[in-house]
Design a protein around this ligand. Structure first.
Ligand code: GLN
Length: 486
């Protein structure tokens, strides 16, 4: 048999259903590889060996009984921002270092109902704030393509683990690019769904109007399988879209003739690494040879996206993170004099520097006298950015662009310059502000051998067109697909 660890969800499904292999064998192979390889990548905060083997046993029973769902017996990794009942959920923060949620997130319930296997919880930037996973309070995750480099963030563990074959696929979360940017840097496929398509119940909140859970996987098909599994209306999330559902039927259709693909002129700017520009433009040309119609479009308010995001996201974060006060759960300072002192010491000791920076920025933006100048203004600009996309999608079905201005940078390169770090989010943030779906997939390598991603965006709830377009591009690009040697 081909190397077990190389196989996608679809390929494993066939072997499992034909009884050529068991979920316990697959799961054991992954747990062994985690033991051997993860000390060099450091993608897992927690490995749930016993739970994984128990779930695999149960999955094998289900398969014997013929109760088979697309993810039955498939070992997955979960970003440590998604609540898992009785399994530590840290958000890579000292604040939640010993937090065991009393309930499962909706996405976890959905995976469990299919009989999926959870290998463990994946490292991230603290509370999902960052672009390199260097803000984890515990340790840095390494890029499997070059372990001196960052895997991207904040879902760095989710992307690195898929690339290094430490899980078949994973879940991440994306507030300003945290699925797409690490997917791009690690050479995997990552999807941020339409806002409201996947329930946020049990996703620890960073910026509630932007946060969305999505899959990271080895190929477009696996992303579609995961999206089908986790999407759907949930009454426990008030922003969940009523009656929303996604079926992957038709995603693997090899035909994009007549599809209109736009490339936004504002995304091909100074500071874009030349190899990234060439690879992305090469992929866009490939669309033309597949029969799509390619044209330039304009998203004129792109230049305001970063400023807008870093007001809205920090404002929401400052409010969401006020719950960590040392009273009901999470970290509490050991010594303090009175209640106020307990709050202060708990928050001073429990949060890392980036989280504190965001809380202070956000509190400032929302404070009396500044609210109109910052938060209100940012909300107005957000509407302009939404309208940019609405107008562009009157002309085209898909927008294609880079994911990040450069390939993966070195560990330590930007960590002391927050503004530089923020600026690297320029191409991913507008999608979150507009609430539309965005996908990142590999489209080439730079001269150092680092993966380059292309971003595909579509209108609200147009996931099927998005994934079908991505599938066609993936098939056309197939020759260059490879795995890192770890
Ligand atoms: N890098 C962005 C930030 O630091 C996005 C993070 C995210 O999507 N969670 O806020």
């Amino acid at each position: 048999m081909e190397n077990l660890l190389d196989l996608s969800i679809g390929e494993l499904r066939r072997l499992l259903d034909n009884k050529e292999i068991t979920s316990q064998e697959i799961t054991r192979a992954y747990l062994e590889r985690i033991k051997e390889v993860d000390p060099r990548i450091k993608s897992y905060v927690t490995v749930t060996d016993d739970l994984a083997m128990a779930q695999a046993r149960e999955a094998d029973e289900r398969i014997k009984r013929g109760e088979i769902a697309p993810l039955t017996g498939i070992p997955l990794g979960i970003k440590d921002v998604i609540c898992t009942k009785d399994v530590k959920t840290t958000c890579s923060s000292r604040m939640l270092e010993n937090f065991f949620p009393p309930y499962d997130a909706t996405v976890i319930e959905k995976l469990n109902s299919q009989g999926a296997v959870m290998l463990g919880k994946l490292n991230m930037d603290e509370f999902a704030m960052g672009s390199s996973t260097e803000n984890s309070a515990f340790f840095e995750t390494r890029n499997p393509w070059d372990t001196e480099r960052i895997p991207g963030g904040s879902s760095g563990g989710s992307a690195a683990s898929v690339a290094a074959r430490l899980c078949v696929a994973s879940l991440g979360s994306d507030t300003g690019g945290s699925i797409r940017q690490p997917a791009s840097h690690c050479g995997v496929v990552g999807l941020k769904p339409t806002y409201g398509m996947v329930s946020r119940f049990g996703l620890v909140a960073f910026a509630s109007s932007l946060d969305q859970i999505g899959p990271l996987a080895r190929n477009v098909e696996d992303c579609a399988i995961l999206l089908e599994a986790i999407s759907g209306h949930d009454e426990r999330d008030s922003t969940s879209i009523p009656k929303v559902s996604f079926s992957r039927d038709g995603v693997l259709e090899k035909d994009i003739k007549g599809l209109k693909v736009g490339f936004p002129k504002e995304y091909f700017i100074e500071g874009l690494q030349q190899e990234v520009e060439e690879a992305v433009k090469g992929a866009i040309n490939l669309f033309e040879s597949l029969g799509a119609e390619v044209k330039e479009v304009s998203l004129p308010h792109t230049e305001y996206a970063i400023a807008t995001y870093y007001i809205i996201a920090t404002a929401e974060a400052s409010s969401n993170l006020s719950r960590y006060d040392g009273v009901k759960y999470g970290f509490r300072a050991k010594e303090y004099e009175n209640l106020m002192d307990m709050y202060k010491k708990t928050r001073a000791q429990g949060f890392g520097p980036e989280v504190k920076r965001r809380i202070m920025l956000g509190t400032y933006c929302l404070s009396a006298g500044y609210y109109d100048a910052f938060y209100k203004k940012a909300s107005q600009v957000r509407t302009l950015i939404i309208n940019d996309f609405k107008n562009a999608f009157k002309e085209v079905d898909i927008i294609a662009a880079p994911v990040a201005p450069t390939t993966a940078f070195k560990l330590g390169e930007k960590v002391n310059d927050p503004l530089k770090m923020y600026l690297s989010d320029i191409f991913t943030i507008p999608v979150n502000l507009a609430g539309i779906p965005g996908l990142s997939m590999p489209c080439g390598f730079d001269q150092k051998g680092l993966p380059i991603g292309i971003q595909l965006m579509a209108g609200h709830l147009q996931e099927k067109t998005l994934l079908r377009t991505a599938y066609n591009l993936q098939e056309a690009l197939k020759l260059s697909f490879k795995w890192p040697e770890v």
